[in-house]
Every structure is written in C-alpha cells, then in structure tokens.
Design a protein around this ligand. Structure first.
Ligand SMILES: Cc1ncc(COP(=O)(O)O)c(C=O)c1O
Length: 439
C-alpha cells in the first residue's frame, strides 16, 4: 500500500487545527499506525493512548469489524443524498441510538461532528418555540468554561475565552451561567457536595430578561475540554426544575460524556436528569469516520412535525453528509462492538480503579487539583512562567516517554479507550507520574 507516504514530504502546507503550528513543525509528533491501545510513531516508537484519541476511540484502535463495515458500504452504496432520499443504514443507526438514549429522546438527527450537533440542537430549540408560536424565545443560555465546539452557535454559548476572543461578538442574546468549579472543590472526588445553587443563575436570567425570551439552556453534564468539571450534587436537577417551570428546553451536550464515558450510556443516566435534547458525536463511529447526532424527545419533535403543512419540510436544516452510508456503517459496527463487549458496563467496572489511580497524584507538588468521574479525569498542573507553557512541555515529554494525553492549557485530560485493561492504566499512570515528578 503506497498511497500514504511513510513520512510527510512537507509539513508546511497543512495548517493544523488547535495546534501550535510553529512548535509542532519544529518538533513533529507524527503517528503512523494504531492498534488496540497503542499508536506507533514515524520513529517506530509505541505510544499508549491515554485520551482515546480525542475521547472518540472508545473501542480501541484498528478495529477490523469497523473497517470491514466501512469497506462494505463503500463498495455497495458509496453515497446517497440525505435530503428527500434515504438508505437503510442511517435508519438502522437511528434505531440503535434511540435504543440506548434515555426516556423518549428517540428522534435522531445526523450531523458530522460535535460542533454541528451543537448548532443543530440550538437551531432545533429555536425552531421548536417558533413552531409553537413563541418565536420570540431567542435567548440561548450557556455557561462559563463550556466547550460546545467551534461553530458560531456553539461559540456563542461556550465559555472558553481563547476560543472566543478572536472571533467577534457572537450571536446576540447569549447568556452564560457561572461555571461550577468552586475553590472548595479542590481534589473533590466525583460530584462536589456544594454548588447546586449555581443553577439559580438561570432563574436570575428569567427574572431579568423574562422566561418568554429564553429558548434553551445548554450544558455539558461534565464539562470536558475545560478540564473535567463534574457537576455539583443536585445542580443538574435544579437546572431541570427551572427549565420546567419556565418552558425552557434543556440541552445536554454529551459529545464527550455519551456512549459510556461516565459508566452509563449517557451522563443523563448517571446523574438521573432527563434533558429535552442530547448532542453526541465522539465514540459514535469509534473516531474513524466523522459523525455526530442529536437526540430529541417526543415533545420537541412532535411540535415541529405537526406545525408544518402536510408534505412540507419540517426543519430547514441538514448537511450533505448527514448519516452518509460510510459513517452509518462505521456507527453500526461500533454499536455492535459496544454491545458484544459490553463497553459501558466495562467502563463502569474499570472506573473505581481509574479514579483511584487518578487521585493518587495528589502527593505531587506540581499537581494543584484533580477532578474525575467514570472514565474521565483532569489533573491541573501549576502554571510555569505563562499559562500553557508547562502543559506543552508535559505533552512533549509524555510523548517522548510513550504516552499521549490531551492537554488543555496546564490540565491533563485522561480518558483512555473503554477497552483498556488494568495493565494499560498502570502504564498510563506510571508514565504520567514519571513526567509530572520532574516538574
Ligand atoms: C462537549 C463538546 N461539544 C462539542 C464538541 C465539538 O466536537 P467536534 O470537535 O467534533 O466538532 C466537543 C469536542 O471536544 C465537546 O467536547
């Protein structure tokens, strides 16, 4: 197979996303193969995957079943237009997702990424109110420190400053709840005991702007990319109650949490709070083909269906590749693996060992905070001369030591593939300790 050059001929033309391009091109970290829990680099070194790629490779790398399903799709139906035409696989994926989503969140709209899922969910919320004759409900409530992808809708409700500050004013009418990380939560294990009342920020927006101006409130049940902020006990329930009181839709962005990361199918199950809409993406195809999805409950879906004239399009929204055959095939094969290997149950049973290892770093002077839940954890490191400098150094040193983890600034995000075994956790955490101890 000569199609892919063994080493790139040039690094200059590819402007890399969310990457320090100049640093990378001076210190390239090129991955050439992956199998199970490991990448192989262009130097032939093995690198253990401590973050499931970017939280997406739940079933481990190089799964033949997925490759075969994708190949079958490519050689039978390479593409089918998703507007006004269909193909069997996308309906089957929707059925399989609906089988694991909580409650009546059984209506599945396909996208190609988490960012598109978020923008789709926000648009569905606006369209829902419009369909019910409440089109003036246009305010979108997000939260500080939230990550909802990079498109303009998601950016408007997000709260990670660096992602927003270069890109103008965003959508009008976006409001932000305070984030939920309080000083007393330092080293809290699982859900912090205090902070549920931070949900009352939503009530304050109602008092200030009027409920009839607010369309929806979107939160990540566990804020992932900002460094794993686990919700305070009772916080999500309180948000739900305020939403219910005021006709506001509650959206859970489960792009990271969904499909087992929390030890249940969705974080909505883990925290026993039912949103109206769930966004998802990562782990849906095990990372191999871009695909996202939005699950919508009966109330929202039926309102949109019944408001449109007979034979009219009910939602003027969609993507050329929504539910395309190749992504659908990858998703079906991934669903099969999840069921056959009971990955969600496996995550739940591995979580105590994972969390124990995560919190064992408390003794290191450079570690300033640790947060974790299920199979996701964040370890804050004291910043060096400027924020992010130590994080970049640590990432490089870890890579050199044979371990890949996602860093956000000075926070290490640990979220191994759900197929990991104890020996893999031991390897990841001992490599982390080796590097952290030098700082
Ligand atoms: C909660 C959340 N929403 C949305 C996104 C955006 O997903 P994507 O990068 O697939 O657009 C992410 C990505 O990390 C995420 O964590």
């Amino acid at each position: 197979m000569n199609f892919i050059p063994p080493i790139p001929n040039s690094l200059e033309q590819h402007w890399m996303p969310f990457t320090a391009n100049r640093h990378f091109k001076a210190n390239p970290r090129i991955l050439t193969r992956a199998e199970g829990m490991y990448f192989t680099t262009d130097h032939g070194a093995k690198v253990i995957d401590g973050s499931a790629g970017l939280f997406c490779v739940a079933a481990g790398h190089g799964r033949r079943e997925i490759a075969e399903a994708v190949n079958e799709a490519l050689t039978t139906l390479d593409y089918a237009p998703p507007f006004q035409f269909g193909h069997p696989a996308s309906f089957e994926v929707a059925r399989r997702i609906a089988a694991v989503t909580p409650g009546d969140l059984d209506h599945i709209f396909f996208t190609n990424s988490g960012s598109e899922s978020v923008d789709t969910a926000l648009k569905i919320a606006l369209a829902y109110h419009k369909a019910r004759g409440e089109g003036q409900r246009m305010r979108l409530v997000g939260r500080e420190r939230a990550y909802h992808g990079v498109n303009f809708g998601g950016l408007a409700v997000a709260g990670m400053v660096n992602n927003k500050k270069a890109f103008g004013l965003g959508l009008p009418g976006a409001l932000h709840l305070r984030h939920t990380h309080l000083p007393e939560h330092q080293f809290a294990v699982g859900e912090p005991e205090t902070g549920a009342e931070l949900a009352d920020d939503l009530q304050r927006f109602v008092d200030l702007h009027g409920a009839d101006s607010i369309a929806c409130c979107i939160v990540e049940p566990i804020a992932g990319s900002t460094g794993v902020l686990v919700p305070p006990k009772g916080y999500l329930k309180r948000l739900r109650e305020i939403c219910d009181r005021h006709g506001i839709l509650l959206i859970f962005d489960e792009v990271i949490c969904g499909f087992g990361r929390t030890g249940k199918q969705f974080a909505a199950d883990s925290f026993e709070v039912m949103p109206d809409i769930i966004t998802m993406a990562k782990a849906l195809t095990n990372g191999v083909v871009p695909m996202g999805a939005v699950a919508v409950n009966d109330k929202v879906h039926d309102a949109l269906m019944s408001a449109a004239a007979e034979n009219a399009i009910e939602l003027f929204h969609g993507y050329t590749y929504s539910g395309c055959p190749v992504a659908s095939a990858a998703a079906l094969a991934t669903r099969n693996i999840f069921e056959e290997e009971q990955l969600v149950e496996r995550a739940a049973s591995m979580a105590p060992k994972f969390l124990e290892a995560l919190y064992s770093f408390k003794d290191l002077p450079v570690v300033t905070d640790i947060r974790g839940y299920g199979m996701i954890g964040g370890i804050d490191l004291a910043p060096a001369e400027a924020p992010g400098v130590r994080g970049l150094q640590v990432m490089q040193q870890l890579y050199d030591a044979g371990c890949m983890v996602k860093m956000t600034g000075d926070c290490a995000l640990i979220s191994p593939p759900l197929v990991c075994e104890e020996k893999h956790l031991d390897e990841i955490f001992s490599k982390l300790r080796g590097v952290f101890a030098k700082h």
